[in-house]
Design a protein around this ligand. Structure first.
Ligand code: HEM
Length: 466
């Protein structure tokens, strides 16, 4: 058995190309900032989303720069994003950040490369089909109701922690039929450490310190080991129970590919880890941001309350199409995902020379697309920094060019859980509107802590209001 932290890069993956360390022979690179003797790296590290947004504002749809001595090319415009994520996706593998994510998630769906990725994706898709999601809606609603029932009016809670616990419970019960109360605190803590260390060290080359005795890196390893232990426990308990069941874990244990091959123990553990982590942190963050943006929008809470009666009536089984068409809930989710996309940058690496939106990208270049920056493009989103769910009225999304808005990505690496996430986000919003919700105490928006996900900093202290 190989643990994710120390596992070797699978041999089936495309070979990792050498980084580009000089401009020599590259006459047509897009414009971009100079390295400024390392100052650029400091600017990049101190606030990466802002760094990327500044590049977009200054250089337009594409920019190039050197970080840690290696060439990066960023694509912000819809054409470049579509090329990288969809039309020419096979010329790229996942980039910086993902290499370190491997140490936590192993070779699960999020971090895997072809040809392994597609083989696993096919096996894991059934629990995310529409029919199955309809069945989940009932449980999502009852877990949400139970969670909200624990809040007392006037009580002080941490909006962030509440959303984390709720979405963790939903994912654990629906996909793993596990009651995770005993793991909740440990997972929150260690996932926080792991996520912090993954993206803060997005700079190429820093992973060579991962085995160093420095506490900062030691904690990264400890957290990765703890999370792998939890996944192994969940699997051992299921195997010991003698039944595999029909949830995602049962499916992983029973899955066979076209050649009748089962997933190995390590594969099942890594997919379990991936689903637990990618399946709740993202949704929790966007819900906390939504609560913050909605702090003073009683008008929208009133509309949501009316929608709760119409689209999620208490006296009939919830229906996915109906829930997802609640217009105010939908617009709030779209706008929160625009301004605070949980996945705010998707780094890639070119594995061959390729042209992207008319720009020559040499093999080995780091390529970045950024939801955070592209979603603030003034050409498509007037008043880009303002939270305005109203902008999504009249099928606004359909009027946007392809890949101007891509919170769940696109192409074969598109989020597997997009409908799952939207369904639970709508249910949580509508149920809170019907009963009670955490209202952030601070009138100012939380400060962002952009790591592997776009987290709000701190717990976002809130009062429960009705
Ligand atoms: C609002 C919530 C969510 C957002 C914004 C989101 C966004 C994303 C994005 C952008 C990616 C691609 C990352 C990249 O390649 O650079 C991704 C991948 C993935 N997401 Fe989500 N996600 C969310 C919730 C979920 C949930 C609830 C689940 C599962 C229950 C999930 C499971 C996955 C998986 C398995 C992948 C890897 C897919 C593949 O490469 O085949 N996500 N997600």
């Amino acid at each position: 058995m190989a643990r994710p932290y120390t596992a070797e890069r699978p041999v089936e993956y495309p070979a990792k190309p050498k980084a580009i360390r000089s401009k020599k022979g590259l006459t047509n690179l897009p414009k971009g900032p100079n390295s400024l003797g390392g100052l650029l790296t400091l600017r990049f590290l101190s606030d990466t989303p802002k760094f990327l947004l500044d590049l977009q504002n200054k250089y337009g749809d594409t920019a190039s720069f050197f970080l840690g001595g290696e060439l990066f090319i960023a694509f912000f415009g819809p054409e470049g994003v579509t090329d990288v994520l969809v039309k020419k996706q096979h010329s790229f593998v996942k980039g910086v950040g993902f290499e370190r994510m491997h140490k936590v998630l192993g070779k699960g769906l999020l971090t895997n490369e072809e040809p392994v990725h597609l083989r696993h994706r096919r096996m894991m898709q059934p629990p995310f089909h529409h029919g199955q999601l309809n069945d989940y809606a009932l449980n999502m609603r009852s877990i949400t109701k139970d969670h909200i029932a624990n809040w007392q009016l006037g009580q002080e809670v941490s909006a962030n922690e509440e959303m984390m616990r709720l979405t963790f419970q939903i994912v654990a019960r629906l996909l793993f039929s596990t009651d995770i109360d005993k793991y909740a605190e440990g997972v929150q803590h260690h996932m926080g450490v792991a996520i912090d260390r993954i993206e803060r060290t997005m700079l190429p080359g820093l992973d060579r310190f991962d085995e160093s005795p420095l506490p900062y890196f030691k904690k990264f390893k400890e957290s990765a080991e703890y999370l792998a232990d939890v996944a192994e426990d969940i699997i051992s308990e299921r195997v010991a129970s003698g039944t595999h069941g029909t949830d995602l874990l049962g499916l992983l244990l029973d899955a066979r590919d076209d050649e009748n091959q089962a997933l190995s123990h390590d594969d099942v553990r890594d997919e379990t880890l991936t689903l637990i982590l990618s399946g709740h942190e993202t949704t929790a963050n966007v819900m906390t941001w939504a609560l913050s943006y909605l702090r003073d929008r009683d008008d929208l809470w009133e509309k949501l309350k009316q929608e709760a009666e119409q689209y999620l009536p208490d006296n009939s089984p919830p229906e996915i199409r109906q829930i997802l068409s609640a217009p105010t809930a939908k617009a709030i989710c779209q706008e929160a995902l625009r301004l605070a996309p949980p996945v705010w940058v998707s780094p890639r690496r070119a594995i061959e020379d390729i042209e992207v939106a008319g720009v020559f990208v040499p093999k080995g270049a780091h390529v970045l697309v950024s939801q955070y920056a592209s979603h603030r493009n003034k050409n498509f989103f007037p008043n880009p920094d303002k939270f305005q769910p109203e902008r999504w009225a009249n099928d606004f999304e359909d009027s946007l060019p392809r890949s101007a808005y891509f919170p769940f990505l696109a192409g074969t690496r598109k989020c597997l859980g997009d409908q799952f996430a939207l369904l639970e986000a709508h249910i949580i919003l509508l149920e809170m509107a019907r009963t009670k919700r955490p209202k952030p105490i601070d009138a100012k928006l939380p400060v962002a802590e952009p790591r592997a996900t776009f987290r709000p900093k701190g717990g976002v202290p809130s009062l429960v209001v009705g």
